[in-house]
Design a protein around this ligand. Structure first.
Ligand SMILES: *Cc1c(COP(=O)(O)O)cnc(C)c1O
Length: 364
């Protein structure tokens, strides 16, 4: 089976193995050792000297945690959205009473830093900017280095959804001045779903102290206190996923973060090349196409649903469709985590066989 969706992603055997370990006491010394080791390695991948907290929940839980820990009801926030997940960020902020301004970009386009500058200069009351680094729904990576520089110009809080980029695409949290960065275990980390990992800057802690949005389970201060004082999480964690994350970070360490990112760049470029060789085109332009997920336009006549079914049933290859307004208009190849160029080659072969049966005659 070839699972090529943008999360959950395939798990290497060595990680699967540790998932079958017997339970341990999450209030005991073994867990404390594990969480401290994982946290310190996570900081290397986040490229931060600030705090990193591990929360039991999915990526969306991490997004909610980032919001409720930094904002108060009535706070003005700029949500910069270029896809399905950007809209989700705005929806969560709205649900908790923030006054949300949505700066929207076309689905398939990146975030324009100049437009962010304009929006921030027009409304000095804005407290925070919520930004998606890698928009998984459209396969677009925005220029977070430039966007973060703009947000810093205005001294606003910068909250980043890096759920499908961190651990695969470069994101130097401290160097770019990101205040809260959110990622999730089932994306680039080669780990099953169940954990959200978030970094928290000094500035974010200051915001945390005054933030009035309701929170209990997601309280960063409780998580930090338990981590530092006891080597624990406030609530029972997904222990098996902690085992998996520990093993994954050892693999990261062995391969080396620069090599992990270089591999994703090669795999991403290979995916784009293969798509084009089939006579298909990408949703985004190459210059900002993501190295973790490739969004392919469905040409005239192609039945995406049928294509995905043929790939699954006849080729054991699972790809993702389009979300919401892109449903039926694109399909997506996930290539993050435990993936190499041969895996993309296999996807390409399956596509070459399946596309004509779903209504599209491939090139060559
Ligand atoms: C997957 C993803 C999410 C949602 O994460 P869940 O773990 O499904 O809650 C949010 N944002 C981005 C960019 C994602 O790729």
């Amino acid at each position: 089976m070839q699972l090529r969706i943008p999360g959950p992603t395939p798990i290497p055997p060595e990680i699967l193995e540790v998932m079958s370990r017997q339970m341990i006491n999450h209030r005991g010394p073994q867990f404390a050792e594990l969480i401290h080791a994982i946290t310190s390695r996570l900081k290397e991948v986040f490229q931060t000297k600030g705090d990193v907290l591990i929360l039991t929940g999915s990526g969306t839980g991490g997004m909610e945690a980032a919001i409720v820990n930094t904002l108060s009801p009535g706070d003005k926030v700029l949500v910069v959205s270029n896809g399905f997940f950007g809209e989700r960020f705005a929806d969560i902020a709205e649900a908790f009473g923030a006054e949300v301004e949505r700066l929207r970009f076309e689905w398939g386009s990146p975030i324009d830093p100049d437009a962010v500058r304009q929006a921030l200069s027009q409304d000095p009351g804005i407290k925070a900017a919520l930004v998606t680094h890698n928009e998984t729904s459209t396969g677009v990576t925005s220029d977070l280095a430039s966007i973060s520089a703009v947000v810093r110009e205005f001294d606003k809080l910068l909250v980043v959804d890096a759920i499908s980029s961190l651990g695969a695409i470069d994101l130097p949290t401290d160097a770019w001045g990101c205040d809260v960065v959110v990622t999730a275990s089932q994306k680039g980390w080669m780990v099953p779903p169940g954990l959200a990992m978030v970094s928290v800057s000094q500035k974010a802690w200051q915001a945390q102290a005054g933030a009035k949005m309701p929170r209990y389970y997601w309280d960063f201060a409780k998580a930090k206190k338990f981590l530092e004082e006891k080597g624990q999480t406030p609530w029972t964690p997904a222990v098996s996923v902690f085992f998996a994350l520990g093993a994954a970070l050892e693999i990261f360490q062995r391969e080396g973060l620069p090599n992990v990112m270089a591999r994703h760049a090669r795999v991403g470029s290979k995916a784009r090349e293969e798509v084009r060789s089939l006579g298909l085109s990408l949703l985004p332009e190459d210059s900002y196409a993501s190295n973790t997920v490739t969004a392919v336009r469905a040409p005239e006549g192609l039945d995406v649903k049928l294509l995905l079914r043929i790939l699954r049933e006849e080729h054991g290859t699972i790809l993702a469709g389009g979300q919401q307004r892109l449903e039926g208009k694109i399909f997506r190849i996930g290539h993050l985590g435990y993936v190499n160029e041969q895996d993309i080659e296999a996807v390409s072969q399956a596509l070459r066989a399946a596309l004509p049966k779903a209504g599209f005659v491939t090139a060559r």
